[in-house]
Design a protein around this ligand. Structure first.
Ligand code: ZN
Length: 226
């Protein structure tokens, strides 16, 4: 049974990642955008952190980029001034649960509670309800799909993982992104990682020279959809 569910989840995942932009795909979420459009979404997980957020925001704004932040609800609450700073700067704030547990291990009701508590923090700050949920670690299963359907949320995954959380040097992050980026990529990075902040100006500049534009995940998702 478990094996069959995992196979089904894998098929759905492959469909999401490689399938066309159709109404079918809209049911589940997004891992990458249109492969024929020179657009990229930068996404930052696990914030807000106590340190490094101002620097990250500044480098994005100075380069004219609006990004997507998957925030952990309890941190969004604890550092609410930073949450509001990101919101006021025009970034998209999305749901990365309240306490950052492995959601696939929880019951559906608990999964929903994790996401709802994160939304409640945003609501208390007058920030709009989140449209996307990114399960911590990216692991998901049918319980998560079930919970998301009931909450009317989409799965927000990624297609290019910089693994910046491993502490790899900024030159490596730059090299990885520039050598493997494709149209419609959703790039996974993390909040509060100094090497990422250091890598961003070159990444953004070089990709702009190649004709890419940077969009938020909601723009990537809803592009061409009525
Ligand atoms: Zn995370």
């Amino acid at each position: 049974m478990l094996h069959r569910l995992m196979t089904l989840a894998l098929i759905i995942f492959l469909f999401i990642e490689h399938g066309p932009l159709t109404s079918e795909r809209a049911k589940y979420g997004i891992a990458a955008g249109d492969p024929f459009v020179h657009e990229i979404a930068l996404t930052f997980d696990d914030g807000p952190r106590e340190h490094g957020m101002q620097e990250l925001n500044t480098v994005l704004i100075n380069n004219g980029v609006h990004a997507t932040f998957f925030l952990v609800g309890k941190f969004a609450d604890r550092y609410s001034n930073i949450t509001l700073m990101l919101h006021d700067a025009g970034h998209e704030l999305e749901n990365h649960s309240f306490t950052h547990p492995r959601l696939y291990k929880l019951w559906v009701e608990k999964i929903m509670r994790e996401a709802e508590r994160c939304d409640e923090v945003f609501e208390s700050l007058s920030i709009k309800k989140t449209a996307f949920l990114r399960p911590p670690g990216g692991g998901f299963n049918m319980k998560i799909f079930n919970a998301m359907r009931r909450m009317n949320k989409k799965l927000g995954l990624w297609s290019l993982n910089t693994a910046d959380y491993t502490g790899r040097p900024s030159e490596e992050i730059v090299r990885l992104v520039l050598s493997s980026v494709r149209n419609g990529d959703v790039i996974l990075m993390h909040s509060g990682t100094p090497n990422t902040v250091e890598a961003l100006p070159e990444i953004i500049q070089k990709l702009k020279e190649r004709g890419f534009t940077f969009v938020r995940l909601d723009e990537l998702y809803f592009r061409g959809r009525s």
